[in-house]
Design a protein around this ligand. Structure first.
Ligand code: ZN
Length: 413
């Protein structure tokens, strides 16, 4: 048991009791009993972030292939370098990515990549929670389709014994994965009640190419293949027409918004407020560092809010609480987890922030300060599933994680 003493919550100091992996009690004063007491005067408790779209192991590509359009960036800079990755390098890179996520207040993420047994090893050691999905990218080559399907089957058949691991499958996108990959992956996901994750309608070029090849827009195509439901996560979803918005809404599919990546690759401005008004399930993700270039959900919130105001040409668009919810509660809810809020009975996934950090002063509107003013320097402690991952800004073994990452990068670059 852990007792957070005098922590700022909902406008006043309170005590918060953590039992096992849950927040069990919140009250003005709770007797410590046998609980470990953490004195939190001057700190506020906030829900941890849930990053709904990333590729953790792409961390080694930070700063590489800058200032290019999406397709050039992928084909010339990203894919050739990714071919050099090994299980070992992915393990060290993933650990470093998770270090950055913990330091910036994230406990849970949705990852899409390959060499995933290494990502899972790293996940267990770092104590985070993730939906780790195997990526299917066959480039419409039948031999490769079969190879990817076999690898997906063997991933799902392997027992990884990770308490905070959820598996899933990711057809990469309609321009890199065949109908067979999409349909077979969805079938496997439905059989085991898993998430399917894909990039969709990221650029206007993707929409135009899809129309030319299939006579349908990407979301319409996914709908016609039976891919959309409440266990499908659509990353980007920037360019949707009204019919596609209706299809997403009706199916209950989840949208993972990646505003920094969309701006950096000039993929487009998502009409976020319009999607909010339509009642879509909206969550937030960073995408990989190679198109962001950080995994900080705090930064992502600010970019989401600012870009949505521009997209709507309306300063009242993307209100702070809506954006904060996208980064916290909406992501956890979408993943079926009772977390993302500081309430009794919820999973103990939270961060403590220093209320004397200059960005959080004056403390008139903490949520607004988090969205618009703060950076991760205000985060002092991070807990995931009741366990402390960062205490007083220190993550156990962080020097070694950084040294291993530097060595792996040297090998790859
Ligand atoms: Zn992505």
């Amino acid at each position: 048991m852990i007792l957070l003493k005098n922590v700022y919550l909902n406008g006043k100091e309170q005590d918060v009791l953590i039992e096992q992996n849950k927040i069990s009690k919140i009250a003005g004063k709770i007797e410590a009993g046998s609980a470990e007491v953490i004195h939190c005067k001057g700190k506020a408790i906030l829900p941890a972030f849930c990053n709904m779209h990333t590729h953790a192991a792409m961390m080694f590509l930070r700063g590489i292939g800058e200032d290019l359009p999406l397709f050039d960036w992928l084909e010339k800079e990203v894919w050739p370098r990714e071919d050099r990755l090994t299980d070992e390098t992915v393990y060290y890179i993933s650990k470093f990515a998770m270090l950055e996520m913990i330091k910036t207040g994230t406990t849970t993420f949705l990852d899409m990549y390959f060499h995933i047994s290494s990502t899972i090893d790293a996940l267990k050691e770092m104590g985070m929670r993730a939906v780790v999905t195997y990526v299917g990218m066959d480039m419409f080559d039948e031999k490769e389709t079969q190879r990817r399907l076999n690898l997906a089957h063997s991933f799902l058949d392997t027992d990884y014994d990770g308490g905070l691991l959820f598996k899933g499958l990711s057809p990469h996108a309609v321009y890199t994965a065949s109908e067979t990959i999409f349909k077979e992956f969805k079938k496997m996901c439905r059989e085991q009640d898993l998430f399917l994750h894909t990039h969709v309608s990221e650029t206007q070029k993707e929409v135009d190419d899809c129309l030319q090849k299939y006579g349908k827009r990407p979301v319409e195509l996914l709908d016609s293949w039976g891919i959309l439901d409440e266990k499908t996560v659509l990353a980007h979803a920037v360019h949707l027409n009204e019919h596609e918005i209706e299809l997403v809404k009706k199916s209950g599919a989840i949208v993972a918004h990646n505003p920094a990546s969309n701006l950096k690759l000039n993929s487009g401005l998502m009409p976020l407020q319009h999607f909010l008004d339509k009642g879509l399930k909206l969550t937030l993700g960073t995408d990989s560092v190679s198109s962001n270039n950080s995994l900080s959900m705090i930064d992502e919130m600010k970019i989401a809010a600012l870009s949505a105001k521009r997209a709507a040409n309306d300063s009242t668009a993307a209100k702070v609480q809506d954006v904060f919810d996208m980064a916290t509660k909406n992501g956890f809810e979408a993943l079926g987890l009772k977390a993302g809020q500081i309430k009794e009975g919820y999973l103990a996934d939270f961060m403590l922030v220093d209320l004397n950090n200059f960005a959080l002063l004056p403390n008139v509107n903490l949520i607004s300060n988090m969205v618009y003013a703060a950076d991760s320097s205000c985060i002092t402690d991070v807990f995931c599933n009741g366990k402390c991952l960062m205490k007083n800004k220190y993550v156990p073994n962080e020097e070694q994680i950084i040294a291993d990452f530097k060595r792996a990068c040297k090998e790859l670059l």
